[in-house]
Design a protein around this ligand. Structure first.
Ligand SMILES: Cc1ncc(COP(=O)(O)O)c(C=O)c1O
Length: 359
């Protein structure tokens, strides 16, 4: 331990990236490998996005538009909000960082989230010296009542992923609204909707319906249904006062020019979004049917991934067959894996590999 390094840095459990596909292929001598480990879109880049990227590449000698002017106004139109309600970020991960910088006081404030949820909430809090209370899931779902009861005078914010990653479950509008009514008005609600576009349920609470609310921030990303995970674009949608504060602490050129152009093209590519959603919905049904036939339990999901209770450590056995999935051991869920819904051939490959791994 070097005493020059801030002590709390040693307590952070770092985010563990999965192995790159090429590395898995090399290590196991495989021709093909499929990555179903990070809830990305499996459908490649859309053609419209690619041509926007090519055009934007001509100007990479210039700094990006630091205010994301065009992307903001395009998004504002789409969402029916004002540009002043939007803060574009380097993936929604960066928005968590900005939120911590603006609102959370090290050593004083606490945040509340769920156990078995997106790990970046906890990691960000730890980086900033903020205490985290993780309320256990109930039936693999966020326990909003438990979270409300966990609020103390030091609680500054609650972080909610809806749908939740990694469980794929969601809280309904009724549950969410009664939670909002029950908590003190000065608690900041960070509502992370990274997977909202995959949800069909009519009783899902959409962040855009709450943006005028005091102390409410919705986080969105282009990494999932829009297929831009590699470019890092996300945004916060919130009241103009919060948005202005978040704008103050970001780096001047946090979203690069290629990412801005790609995000605008992705928003317009209605067909890519529709096709991706359809493929995820039918892929999810396919996986559920196959798992049922195999007598394997899974957690019903509304997102582009699902938890499967294989009751065995299959990670290595799957890897050897070129299928990269995410074991849930880090959450204490031994024998449970998370699989991202892939293309139809990837889904089949996953099922075949799982059958062999369980033999
Ligand atoms: C719930 C949740 N929020 C946010 C993110 C991060 O998204 P981004 O790629 O925009 O940083 C993820 C990524 O997996 C996620 O699962």
């Amino acid at each position: 331990m070097n005493t020059n390094i801030n002590n709390r840095i040693y307590n952070i459990i770092p985010y563990k990236p999965g192995k790159p596909i090429e590395e898995v292929k090399r290590e196991y001598g495989l021709k093909e490998a499929v990555k179903l480990a990070s809830n990305e879109s499996p459908f490649g880049a859309s053609k419209k996005v690619l041509s926007a990227i090519t055009a934007a590449a001509m100007d990479i000698n210039r700094y990006p538009d630091g205010g994301c002017f065009y992307l903001k106004s395009r998004l504002a139109d789409k969402l029916g909000v004002k540009s002043q309600n939007l803060v574009l970020t380097n993936g929604s991960d960066e928005a968590l960082d900005l939120i911590a910088k603006v609102f959370l006081r090290p050593g004083k404030d606490k945040i509340i989230t769920s156990s078995v949820t997106f790990l970046e909430y906890k990691i960000t809090a730890q980086i900033f010296g903020i205490k985290v209370r993780e309320v256990p899931l109930v039936d693999f779902k966020y326990d909003l009542k438990g979270m409300k009861n966990a609020i103390t005078k030091n609680t500054k914010a609650v972080f909610i992923a809806n749908p939740n990653n990694p469980t794929g479950t969601y809280v309904t509008k009724k549950e969410f609204d009664s939670f909002l009514r029950a908590i003190p008005r000065d608690i900041i609600v960070v509502y992370d909707e990274a997977y909202q576009e995959f949800v069909d349920a009519g009783d899902f609470p959409k962040g855009v319906d709450y943006y005028r609310r005091k102390n409410f921030i919705t986080l969105k990303t282009f990494s999932k249904i829009y297929g831009l995970a590699g470019l890092r674009v996300g945004y916060a949608l919130t009241n103009s006062e919060f948005a202005a504060a978040l704008e103050r602490v970001r780096q001047p050129f946090n979203v690069n020019s290629i990412a801005q152009a790609a995000a605008m093209a992705a928003l317009d590519d209605v067909k890519y979004i529709k096709d991706t959603k359809q493929a995820v919905t039918s892929g999810r049904k396919f996986l559920c049917r196959q798992l049922e036939k195999m007598g394997i339990n899974y957690i019903p999901s509304v997102a582009n991934f699902m938890l499967v209770d294989v009751k065995k450590d299959v990670f290595k056995a799957m890897l050897k067959q070129g299928v990269i999935i995410r074991p849930m051991d880090m959450y204490g869920l031994r024998g449970i894996i998370r699989v991202t819904i892939g293309t139809q051939s990837e889904n089949k490959k996953f099922i075949d590999a799982l059958k062999r791994a369980l033999k």
